[in-house]
Design a protein around this ligand. Structure first.
Ligand code: GTP
Ligand code: SPV
Ligand code: MN
Length: 588
């Protein structure tokens, strides 16, 4: 399929190492994908769902020990340990290659090697990047075919260039003890063994588009971020774009596809989705920051997705979608998950493939990190700029996390540098998207803690440098928290579509059209600055979730100082100064 020497010689190496029975180049044609779907159905790797209700949709179940990203087995193999930084696990690259090649050696015996050429970003965009993933999993091929642009057109775009990223995936024996997700930023190489779960094996996603790309971006004045991208269309037709970084399972897909409350819709407001997980951003010819979504589909959290919370996401899953680890409804060969509706099927199989009666069982049927892989083009509110090679100009960057207390519903940073500080102090309760304890508050700067491919102190420095590069054209920076709880553990803010009320304030702030109150942490709206029209909410509750409690923030500042210590002399001085500034304002 290609005469590119650098590609061909690596493929030869892979064949020698992995010893597949056969080799298949993925050309991206529907015929080839159909043949692969049929083959995977015949072996039970995927199940074909009800063609009338869910045309072109399939169900896959992973191994029970392989359901989420494994942060403790994810490594940044920089030559110098210091360059991986205190927030990443590190292995010496030579030792890692040896260990991984030993594990992968001969592992494709009796299997087929699939070679997937893929582009992250629209083919031909100056912001896009190309990769090759070899895999022994048809599930991976079919997912990559949804999540990225694949096949012959990618190879053609690459031509003779050596500028591409290597990705080796082998399921091996799905042995959790020998599971490793390793990145070699200095070699543009990713190796993933003994897993079959999304974020560990769809190597274009977190491994390339964040870990490797964040490193490339630092060296070349651009940014790879764990951010959604959305456009807010105003009644006059003008569209303003914002990006938002929330940790895994904290609401990016939901915000990206939001439907504004009825009152706003009547006035002519609308939200368009450009991306729901990752943004690549670069200074454009006009001096502003421009963003593309490197992906071509959504790998979204299934539980909680329903007609009310996210109708656009649900609609996106109605055809050509792969479901992973949800409930198999045997009554009509469809799927179900917690929070889809109030009618769990009685005759079903849970995510582990065991008989499950949703009417009587106390156990959850779908895994909390069960997912759908849906083509972006299915999304009813997909942006007309989705395939644009220039991307979209960014007016505001929003950070956010899950905090039961302390962090108000929304606030604006004082300026770019203060905004970098706001991103760096992000903290959030952990979720099921990664293995480990759920619900523990941890620092997760810019939602990049598990995804930054180099030293996080240098990553902060890069943010400051981007601010200098963009000058007064830099986006405004905000922080949101949809997850404040009352004493009984109920959410105080309705969230979902009503988050538009906060987006409106943010956009108005960017245009100097909304008021705010200056507090120690930044600019917070007065209760009157957030439109509650059509919402049954007590203004007192809004006041409560907008309040900045200086005593709580002083405690928070202690936690930040503790966190910053990790970075030693690679913590940019600007951040230490910002923390000083916060402490001084709190003491006033
Ligand atoms: P990743 O794909 O893991 O990166 O997750 P994500 O950030 O895209 O999160 P997603 O939008 O899938 O939301 C995850 C969970 O948060 C779902 O269970 C949602 O129902 C819930 N959620 C999203 N938005 C809101 C909100 O505004 N309020 C509340 N209370 N829950 C929300
Ligand atoms: C996340 O965990 O942030 C995801 C899912 O978007 S995964 O692809 O598994 O990383
Ligand atoms: Mn994510």
């Amino acid at each position: 399929m290609t005469s590119n020497k650098s590609v061909l010689s690596w493929i030869e190496e892979m064949k020698e190492l992995l010893t597949p029975d056969s080799v298949v180049w993925i050309d991206g044609s529907e015929e080839q994908l159909n043949a692969l779907r049929a083959e995977a159905c015949s072996t039970g790797e995927i199940i074909k769902l009800n063609e009338e209700k869910l045309p072109g949709c399939y169900l896959h179940k992973t191994a029970v020990n392989d359901v989420a990203r494994v942060e403790d087995r994810t490594f940044i193999c920089a030559r110098n340990e210091k360059d991986a930084g205190p927030t990443n696990h590190w292995k010496d690259p030579q030792e890692a290659y040896k260990m991984l090649f030993d594990i992968a050696k001969g592992s494709y015996k009796g299997r087929t090697m699939y070679i997937i050429p893929y582009s992250m970003g629209p083919i031909g965009s100056p912001l896009s990047q190309i990769g090759f993933e070899v895999t022994d999993s048809i599930y991976v091929v079919l997912n990559m075919a949804i999540m990225t642009r694949i096949g012959a057109k990618v190879v053609e775009q690459l031509g003779d260039s050596t500028d591409w990223i290597k990705g080796l995936h082998s399921r091996c024996d799905i042995d959790a003890e020998k599971r490793y997700i390793c990145h070699f930023p200095e070699d543009n190489y990713i190796i993933s063994v003994n897993s079959g779960y999304g974020g560990n094996v769809l190597l274009g996603k977190k491994c390339f588009a964040l870990r490797i790309a964040s490193y490339l971006g630092k060296n070349n004045q651009w940014m790879a971020e764990h951010m959604l991208i959305l456009g807010i269309q105003k009644p006059d037709g003008d569209i303003k774009y914002v990006t938002a970084a929330f940790p895994s399972a904290c609401g990016k897909t939901n915000l990206a596809m939001l439907i504004p409350p009825e009152g706003y819709q009547k006035k002519g407001y609308k939200v368009w989705t450009v991306g729901d997980d990752i943004a690549w951003m670069r200074k454009g010819p006009d001096g502003r920051l421009w963003a593309i979504n490197p992906e071509n589909g959504f790998f979204g959290v299934a539980p909680g997705t329903n007609v009310k919370s996210n109708p656009n996401a649900l609609a996106s899953t109605k055809q050509g979608t792969i479901f992973t680890n949800v409930v198999h409804n045997l009554e009509d060969n469809t799927v179900w998950w917690e929070g889809l509706d109030k009618n769990p099927p009685a005759n079903a199989e849970n995510w582990k493939g065991q008989p499950w009666n949703g009417q009587t069982s106390d156990e959850k049927g779908a895994h909390p990190n069960s997912r759908f892989t849906a083509p972006a083009k299915n999304c009813p509110c997909i942006s007309s700029e989705f395939d644009s090679i220039t991307g979209v100009p960014v007016s505001a960057i929003i950070f956010g996390g899950r905090r039961a207390q302390t962090t108000p519903l929304v606030y604006q940073s004082r300026d770019w540098n203060n905004g970098v500080f706001v991103g760096s102090i992000m903290a959030s309760e952990t979720t099921a998207a990664a293995t480990g304890a759920v619900g523990v508050v941890r620092r997760d700067p810019m939602a990049m803690l598990p995804f930054c491919g180099y030293h996080m102190g240098d990553y902060f420095k890069h943010w400051f440098e981007m601010g200098e590069l963009l000058g007064d054209k830099a986006p405004k920076i905000f922080n949101v928290n949809w997850f404040r709880l009352d004493d009984e553990g109920n959410f105080l803010w309705p969230g979902f579509g009503d988050n538009f009320r906060v987006l409106e304030w943010i956009i108005n702030r960017c245009e100097d059209k909304a008021d705010a109150n200056e507090t120690a942490i930044g600019y917070v709206p007065n209760a009157d600055d957030i439109n509650l029209e059509g919402l049954d909410m007590d203004k007192k509750v809004l006041e409560d979730i907008l309040a900045v409690d200086n005593a709580k923030w002083s405690k928070e500042a202690e936690g930040i100082a503790e966190f910053y210590k990790k970075f030693g002399d690679r913590l940019p001085k600007e951040l230490a100064d910002q923390l000083d500034g916060l402490n001084k304002r709190l003491a006033k």
